[in-house]
Design a protein around this ligand. Structure first.
Ligand code: ATP
Ligand code: MG
Length: 506
């Protein structure tokens, strides 16, 4: 017997008259792992935010919990009803420690009057241990990496006994090892009778983990059935409603020998040790490694966000000194950070404002001291079309775009400064398969036309393998190997990333 926990009946949701969810009918059962997939902007997060009490009320329709009609008016109420959400965008308070964040709004109390800090810290240690994370409960959020923040979000959702655990893109910042731990945990929770709703663009994960898959397209459910009955390709096709071409364009075959950018013996105490690599003109160079290997730290040091204790950065053969990201832009270097919220974009600003945040001088007319609004609009429009950004207008506030569409704008922003060297960290985080393809084609076009050379940091090995001419692998803050051409394979990268390569006898 399968027991229905949640039933959603004829649900609609509109934002200022624009329908986002249309006539949703969905049952969710006890002890299942339900996958929800769909293109960027299809309505996945909106549906889950309604269940988690973040968007209330829905425009029409009903939600039944264990057979009883429920009004889920706010997140605390949702938690009380046994529904927890790991949100797609981090929702943590930067200057509070980990344990405070986990219990925010539902603090544990002693004698009903004082905060029970000891109990909260103890429970936090337990939760983190369960996730295989070594992290102090007292660490401030602002000191955490994106992966660690994601682990805190997951712990926060697990902190309370819930019936339904919703995970909206929980693995975008995690690598193989951490994903393994998470999957094991999710399966254990299912065994204990918990229901897990799992949203992801990584269709392989959805195939591997879930029991049933629901496909949303333009706010409607277009498929609902057992995961075992569909392949990942069929999932992708149901999402986009058409046949898909191959994901990766052919690599640039005419990379030049000239080095445009070089990092030499870069060191940051306790973080990086003698990191060196060279980027050639027209090349896409991958930086691969596990979380914590130091890839993002390399980028941050190049940008002047971390102070180096030794080493050099060279652009076109000349040593440059970059004290802050602004200097980097002037040297022709642009950086897309892995943590969208942590850097660069301002979610309360519009799509257009965000796209040209750094590149605005490009649009200013020196003679009249004015911004050429027309050319700015035209450029922003071309990105919206190129990356299929789902937005009603350029004026829409970024925070009201879906996660994947925010990512596309972040990428557009980093390209719009017309850099010679583009450093992108997790460029397709949370982006759907067809938009990924468009982004790959776009970057590929830029390198082919010799407009940029690119350093790509990514945890998605498929992306590294599909896009890069050469790959530098890092482990524990240092470079452990370099791969080129046919040698770029999952096996070789993982051997270097985990250290297995060194243990093998020569
Ligand atoms: N608060 C809001 N105000 C206006 N529009 C919104 C709001 N929240 C979501 N939308 C719109 O609803 C649509 C669906 O967004 P949603 O975040 O649910 O997509 P998604 O399926 O989660 O996409 P992604 O895979 O990119 O995360 C988008 O077009 C988005 O712009
Ligand atoms: Mg979403």
């Amino acid at each position: 017997m399968t027991e229905e926990i949640i039933r959603i009946g004829q649900l609609d949701k509109s934002f200022s008259g624009v329908p986002v969810l249309k006539n949703i009918n969905l049952s969710i059962y006890r002890g299942e792992i339900l996958g929800i997939i769909g293109e960027n902007g299809a309505g996945k997060s909106t549906l889950m935010k309604i269940l988690a009490g973040i968007y209330y009320p829905q425009t029409a329709g009903d939600i039944f919990l264990n057979g009883v009609r429920a009004e889920i008016t706010n997140p605390i109420e949702a938690r009380r009803l046994g529904i927890s959400l790991v949100p797609q965008e981090f929702n943590l308070i930067r200057d509070l420690p980990v344990y405070n964040n986990i219990f925010l709004g539902s603090e544990l109390m002693k004698y009903g009057i004082t905060l029970d800090k000891a109990a909260m810290r103890r429970r936090t240690v337990e939760l983190l241990a369960e996730l295989g994370v070594t992290l102090s409960p007292d660490e401030q959020i602002e000191n955490l990496s994106a992966a660690q923040k994601q682990m805190v979000e997951i712990s926060k959702a697990l902190a309370f006994h819930s019936q339904v655990l919703i995970m909206d893109e929980p693995t975008t910042m995690l690598t193989h090892y951490e994903i393994d731990i998470l999957f094991r945990l999710v399966r254990k929770l299912r065994k204990n009778g918990l229901t897990i709703v799992y949203i992801s663009h990584k269709l392989k994960e959805v195939k591997e983990l879930t029991d049933r898959v629901v496909v949303l397209r333009d706010g409607e459910i277009v498929h609902d059935g057992p995961t075992s009955e569909v392949t990942t390709l069929q999932m992708a096709q149901k999402m986009v409603g058409r046949d898909l071409s191959s994901l990766f364009p052919p690599k640039n075959a005419s990379v030049e020998n000239e080095t445009v950018f070089e990092v030499k013996d870069l060191s940051v105490p306790g973080v990086l040790r003698n990191v060196s690599f060279q980027l050639r003109r027209g090349e896409i160079l991958g930086l691969a490694g596990l979380v914590g290997a130091g890839r993002t730290e390399v980028a941050e040091t190049i940008l002047g966000l971390r102070r180096k204790s030794g080493g050099e950065i060279r652009v076109n053969g000349a040593t440059v000194s970059i004290m802050e990201p602004r200097n980097a832009v002037r040297k022709g270097i642009s950086y897309l950070s892995e943590d969208r919220q942590g850097s660069g974009i301002i979610t309360s600003f519009s799509v257009a404002q965000n796209t040209t945040l750094v590149s605005l001088p490009k649009y200013s007319n020196r003679l009249f001291h004015r911004i050429d609004k027309r050319s700015e609009r035209r450029q922003v429009d071309s990105y919206i079309q190129e990356f299929h950004v789902k937005t009603e207008s350029q004026e829409k506030r970024l925070e009201n775009l879906s996660g994947g569409n925010q990512q596309k704008i972040s990428l557009a922003k980093s390209i719009d400064t017309t850099p010679d060297i583009l450093i992108i960290d997790e460029p397709t985080r949370g982006v759907d398969v067809s938009a990924k393809h468009e982004i790959y084609v776009f970057i590929n076009k830029l390198v082919r036309e010799n407009r940029i050379s690119c350093v790509m940091i990514s945890s998605e090995l498929e992306e590294i393998i599909g896009m890069c001419n050469r790959v530098v692998v890092m482990r524990e803050g240092t470079v452990t190997g370099e791969l080129e051409g046919d040698a770029i394979s999952e096996e070789n990268i993982m051997a270097m990333a985990t250290g297995a390569a060194e243990e093998k006898p020569a």
